[in-house]
Design a protein around this ligand. Structure first.
Ligand code: ZN
Length: 504
């Protein structure tokens, strides 16, 4: 509820209007007329509003806060007319079952009223001088101006005023506001991405705090999307931050993705990853995807028209089947690893918007390991039989800095140094293992015989190999997440695995 009044505000009466038996908290903000502003003494203020516009905007602000913070009742009353020093100029009260939601909603209304409400004030100074000040202009000018905020970024030749304007016009969806989404969204907001939507149905848990850096201990129990949006609005009031505190589903994904400059996949489940990938491809929107296992992470930029899509990486498997082995809920994770990967997602997204080249021009999987500080790039080749991108295979190549030691993905040298190991060569339908050039003792298994791979790898040091080196690495991570400790993948391609050429 929002009201304008030319009468003195009675805060006790307003508070009484918010009373309800299920409310455990009422957070009240009172804005008072003070005797100075911008270094000048003030004797009184006169407020003038575009009446109808101010009522509409005020009503929009309070109802937005109630929608974003379910269970909160919001009342805001703004004065007009002449006010002496000490008088109440604005009163905001929020009643809620829990104090934290009430604090967040109240803070949001304070900031939005300051930023959006079409109200002017006339400052009277000693001696009779007076001047009009637009409250909304005041909130976003002077100390908080785009010129000041982005000065150190605009001075980069790769950005400049034109690049900053591109960022301001950009619209980005971040799906998953967890270990990856928090740092990613933070850097997108501070860079000045004009419209940022945060999608997550989850609530903040205490065990999130060691890596989900937008949340404080006070946020535990709050909706992640809403709490993160409140935090980011405070970080950069110049950009529009929206919260979508619900799941991304087949029913809403197209509307969420449509018209975006980029979408960030910061999820931890394959079903949403595939859903986003397909919706982005359909809508012509680039997808910046990351995943982390313990100290290691991988980053993929999927451009809508490029070969080597997510289905090429996971051909033949339904998302639901992958889910059974890929559930990382509760899995151990090194906080800085999701931090680094989330920041890399933000960097790639900003580069996409600015028109700069992204990693491997969108056709390289970037592997990062914080335990040995290695970084590798593996070409993501198109699968000619891929139903989604279906393009001819380009010669796969590795562009890798070989790590000294890599806990999941090994170089050939590291494999040799391991001593006797079981090598499982994972074959797609239509692929064969050439016995002459294959690693000694290699056992061929169908790529998707997860039960067979799991049984063979349960008690023996095992290295997975596949034709391009990508799916074996991903599977090794999945089995590690399941608790298999002695499973590795060989980086890069294995020429001993060949695709059949079928005679027509
Ligand atoms: Zn594909």
């Amino acid at each position: 509820m929002f009201e304008l009044t030319d009468q003195p505000i009675d805060s006790a009466a307003l508070r009484a209007r918010l009373e309800r038996p299920d409310a455990g908290a009422c957070v009240v903000f009172e804005g008072w007329v003070r005797n100075h502003h911008a270094g000048q003494p003030v004797t009184k203020l006169e407020y003038e509003a575009f009446d109808q516009m101010a009522r509409l905007e005020g009503e929009a602000i309070t109802s937005e806060a109630e929608q974003e913070h379910p269970g909160c009742t919001v009342l805001c009353v703004h004065r007009t007319g002449s006010l002496p020093v000490g008088e109440l100029a604005v009163w905001i009260g929020v009643a809620s079952a829990h104090r934290h939601a009430a604090f967040l909603a109240c803070r949001q209304v304070i900031e939005e009223i300051k930023r959006r409400l079409p109200v002017w004030k006339k400052e009277h100074h000693p001696g009779g001088a007076a001047e009009w000040v637009n409250c909304t202009t005041e909130a976003t000018a002077g100390w908080l101006s785009p010129e000041n905020y982005y000065a150190r970024q605009v001075s980069l030749p790769e950005v400049g005023a034109a690049g900053q304007a591109k960022l301001a016009a950009a619209s980005v969806l971040v799906v998953g506001v967890g270990g990856l989404g928090c740092p990613a969204a933070l850097y997108l907001a501070t860079a000045g991405v004009g419209r940022l939507t945060l999608a997550d149905a989850g609530k903040v848990e205490m065990s999130n705090l060691h890596r989900q850096v937008l949340f404080t201990a006070d946020d535990v129990g709050a909706a992640k999307a809403t709490a993160a949006a409140a935090r980011l609005r405070a970080q950069n009031p110049l950009v529009k931050i929206e919260a979508h505190a619900a799941d991304v589903t087949p029913a809403n994904v197209r509307a969420l993705v449509a018209g975006r400059s980029a979408v960030l996949d910061c999820t931890d489940n394959f079903a949403t990853r595939f859903l986003l990938h397909d919706a982005c491809r359909f809508a012509g929107v680039p997808l910046v995807s990351a995943a982390v296992y313990r100290f290691e992470g991988e980053l993929n930029v999927f451009r809508p028209n490029a070969v080597g899509c997510l289905h090429c990486l996971w051909a033949g498997r339904a998302a639901g089947e992958l889910e059974a082995v890929a559930n990382c809920a509760g899995a151990p994770v090194f906080g800085p690893a999701v931090g680094v990967l989330g920041v890399m997602q933000a960097a790639e997204t900003l580069k996409l918007i600015l028109g700069l080249a992204t990693t491997g021009d969108g056709q390289t999987t970037r592997l990062v390991n914080l335990l040995d500080f290695s970084m590798q790039g593996i070409a993501r080749s198109g699968d000619p039989s891929c139903p989604v991108c279906g393009n001819p295979i380009s010669a796969p190549s590795r562009c890798a800095d070989l790590p000294d030691s890599a806990p999941v993905v090994l170089s050939a040298e590291q494999l040799a140094a391991l001593g006797p190991v079981q090598i499982l060569a994972l074959l797609e339908p239509g692929e064969t293992l050439d016995a002459v050039t294959a690693p000694a003792g290699a056992i061929a298994l169908p790529m998707y015989d997860l039960v067979g791979i799991r049984e063979r790898a349960a008690h023996v040091l095992t290295v997975l190999v596949c034709r391009h080196g990508l799916r074996s690495a991903a599977l090794a991570r999945l089995f590690r997440a399941e608790g298999l400790g002695k499973i590795y993948a060989l980086a890069g391609t294995l020429p001993a695995i060949r695709a059949h050429t079928t005679a027509n």
